[in-house]
Design a protein around this ligand. Structure first.
Ligand code: ADP
Ligand code: MG
Length: 716
């Protein structure tokens, strides 16, 4: 007994010591990796660089370069390329670099203040005349038979090059020179300082990327990186720099997001949902229509998420009318079969009601209990719903923000779906998430954005896209007209309404002034009331109305009590007024393309032919080109890509969401392929816990933690 006790004690002692050793080991490793040499560079002022002059220090400070780290990271914004080319292949007026032998004595002349040096060189088998202005100092240095390298514009038919750069030797290698955007700093001096600093402190540059990754993609080391970026000897080195920097930037960016999300919710501990797939398939087959391929794919993705041990966090983006609701419905059904409650939150009462009725009609024959909770449900009715929800009698609850109000407790919530998700704040989505334990979340968005940006803007969300429209949908015919033709629209409108169809007229939003918006809307409203005085009813919808007033107007429109609805952009998203077939947008150039597309999506919701008229006195060809995109395609994804191309990612989301990262080299649009690779790697690093357990990754982890200290609020 005693011996056993002793052995046990010994065993514990060993365990404790072992534990200490392990902890220390990790600690030492952490310290080693945390003792980031690159960080030291952040603390070394440029004053410490040997031989740097006072003036240079001052100038560098003026360029916001204060530390050696900042010096190294002051990247050139482009490179001047002096690749020696075969002159026979050069085209007229091309900028070329050639090596040639001088075949005539130089002739020197002055014209006013300008000096001119002319001589000929033999390049391959061509004699080329070289003209160099203001190179007095070369006058006596150029002589027959010597070799020179000339860079400049080549005028082919004159057989002459006007030299921008002239060097008195034959360059055998391609040359490439960095160009910096520096204020008042001579590039030669700048590079001298860089060289000195690199010699003195280059050894302190550490490696942020783990070896495994560097080997996998054959990336250059960061020490090479700083060498090549400032002192490249050929294009290949520049290319290698860009490969490495882009990858590293995108990897770090993706890691940062995922790391944070991982800290927020623990992903991989959900109880997988179990349901009979045969039942789900039967449900799908019993729908009144066949799913499109895209709908099918998205449904599969969602079912896989439900069955997995991670919490689904998926965004489904698809054009208005692409059929996102039914995808949500199928997901809710699978979730129900697994024994969980589900909920669907929509931004407005009308939309919630529409969803509620639709879900009820579909789920009735399957015995599911669906209910509706909005802020107009009060008193006894509300209490009853809350009670049924809490006891598990309600299977699916549809509603507005009321769903996230206090007192709403689910019995066993397994799936939340947020429709028109951009209409809700991050916080509201979070509160809904907290109504259940380790639940799955699905977000629906009718604002298609290019995949590249979706990956970025939505961080770690998985993104599914429905690009294909259900069969039989007619394209909305879209026309761009000048405002002088607006009068003729009256006839068109009349014809539409005679067919018992309805019309939207959207008046522009001028952000600076709601007052002007309102005046605009009133003006248009009165104008059309005047036109159609006793014939049709015209309604008005604007941002100054409260929600109830807005919903009243929307309801009248839905019931065709109003035939023409004049509205600012507040016109409700998602609401299905199947009978509306004409959308007129006034001053269309004031809207973003994506927004115009959204607005247009209010019509074309049936098999009737729908129209969209963009009224605009656009001021230039560019504005016209932009608007014409809409006349050419009905595909929201294409429009988004075009919009992105024309406006760049910064503007794409508007100023409000300019939280997009700024990279030195990576470009979210053009480096999409690298982004995807980096994203997969980041995911793996996080999933396999490398970041936390493998010392090779500690530098990355440290970097991310440092970054997060500054940018916590960005990710909420
Ligand atoms: P959104 O993606 O804008 O939310 P909805 O889900 O409201 O679109 O769908 C628009 C309309 O298309 C609805 O009336 C819906 O019943 C119908 N629909 C959805 N999927 C299909 C399909 N595969 N085939 C035919 N009609 C469909
Ligand atoms: Mg919808």
């Amino acid at each position: 007994m005693v011996t056993f006790f002793n052995i046990k004690l010994l065993f514990y002692k060993i365990l404790v010591i072992y534990d200490i050793i392990i902890t220390m080991g990790v600690y030492i490793l952490e310290v080693k990796y945390k003792d980031d040499r690159m960080d030291k560079l952040k603390e070394i002022p440029i004053e410490n660089i040997k031989g740097i002059s006072k003036i240079m220090i001052e100038h560098l400070h003026n360029n916001n370069i204060n530390t050696v780290y900042e010096l190294f990271n002051y990247f050139p914004y482009r490179y001047e390329n002096y690749e020696v080319i075969n002159i026979n292949r050069a085209s007229d007026n091309e900028k070329v670099t050639v090596v040639g032998q001088v075949v005539t004595e130089p002739v020197f002349s002055y014209y006013r203040r300008t000096s001119r040096l002319v001589f000929s060189i033999l390049v391959n088998d061509l004699v080329i005349k070289v003209i160099a202005f203001n190179r007095d100092f070369l006058r006596n240095k150029i002589s027959k038979l010597m070799y020179v390298t000339v860079t400049g514009k080549y005028e082919k038919n004159k057989g002459q090059i006007t030299a921008q750069k002239l060097s008195l030797k034959a360059m055998d290698d391609d040359r490439i020179e960095p160009v910096y955007s520096l204020k008042d700093v001579n590039k030669v001096y700048f590079q001298n300082i860089l060289k000195k600093a690199y010699e003195q402190y280059g050894s302190l540059i550490n490696e942020d990327l783990p070896l495994a990754i560097m080997e996998k993609y054959r990336l250059i080391s960061s020490r090479d990186l700083y060498n090549f970026v400032h002192f490249p000897i050929n294009n290949e080195q520049v290319r290698q720099v860009s490969r490495r920097v882009k990858y590293e930037e995108l990897l770090k960016f993706q890691l940062k997001i995922m790391y944070l999300k991982k800290r927020e919710h623990n992903y991989f501990n959900k109880k997988p949902k179990e349901f009979d797939e045969g039942l789900v398939n039967g449900f799908v087959n019993n729908l009144p229509f066949t799913l499109t391929n895209d709908q099918n794919t998205v449904v599969r993705e969602i079912l896989n998420d439900l069955k997995s041990d991670y919490q689904m966090n998926r965004l489904v983006q698809g054009d208005v009318g692409s059929g996102k609701t039914v995808v949500a419905i199928i997901s809710l059904y699978a979730n129900y079969l697994s024994g969980y409650q589900g909920c669907l939150m929509a931004p407005t009462e009308i939309l919630s009601e529409q969803h509620f009725k639709y879900l009820q009609s579909i789920f009735k024959k399957y015995g599911l209990t669906v209910d509706l909770l909005t802020s107009s449900v009060t008193g006894k009715a509300r209490n009853q719903i809350l009670e049924n929800l809490n006891s598990g009698k309600i299977d699916i609850l549809v509603g507005t923000h009321a769903l996230i109000s206090e007192g709403v407790y689910f019995h066993k919530l397994g799936l939340i779906i947020v429709d028109e998700q951009h209409r809700f704040g991050v916080n509201q989505r979070k509160v809904l998430r907290e109504k259940g334990d380790k639940l799955d979340a699905l977000f629906l968005s009718a604002t298609p954005i290019p995949r590249t940006l979706a990956l970025t803007a939505f961080g770690d969300m998985d993104v599914s896209s429905i690009k294909e429209m259900p069969k039989g949908r007619k394209e909305i015919k879209t026309y761009l007209i000048r405002s002088q033709l607006e009068k003729r629209l009256v006839n068109f409108i009349d014809n539409i309404i005679k067919e018992n169809q309805q019309v939207y007229i959207i008046t522009p939003l001028i952000e600076e002034s709601e007052k002007i918006d309102l005046e605009n809307a009133y003006h248009v409203y009165e104008k059309y009331q005047e036109y159609f005085k006793d014939k049709y009813r015209v309604g008005l919808l604007h941002g100054k109305m409260n929600n109830n007033e807005k919903e009243e107007v929307m309801k009248s429109f839905l019931n065709n009590e109003i035939q023409i609805l004049v509205s600012t952009t507040v016109v409700e998203v998602g609401v299905n007024v199947v009978n509306a077939t004409l959308m007129i947008i006034i001053d269309a150039h004031r809207f973003g393309l994506a927004q115009l597309h959204q607005l247009r999506g209010r019509v074309g919701r049936s098999d009737l032919q729908s129209y969209c008229i963009l009224v605009s006195d656009y001021e230039n060809d560019k504005a016209k080109e932009r608007l014409e995109i809409l006349t050419k395609t009905n595909n929201g994804f294409e429009i988004a890509e075009e919009d992105l191309r024309l406006r760049g990612p910064g503007d794409f989301f508007g100023s409000r969401q300019s939280g997009l990262p700024e990279f030195k080299m990576a470009d979210l649009v053009n480096d999409y392929a690298i982004l995807e690779v980096a994203r997969d790697d980041a995911k793996m690093i996080i999933e396999t816990n490398e970041l936390f357990s493998n010392p090779e990754y500690f530098a990355l982890k440290y970097y991310i933690e440092q970054e997060l200290i500054d940018s916590n609020e960005l990710f909420d």
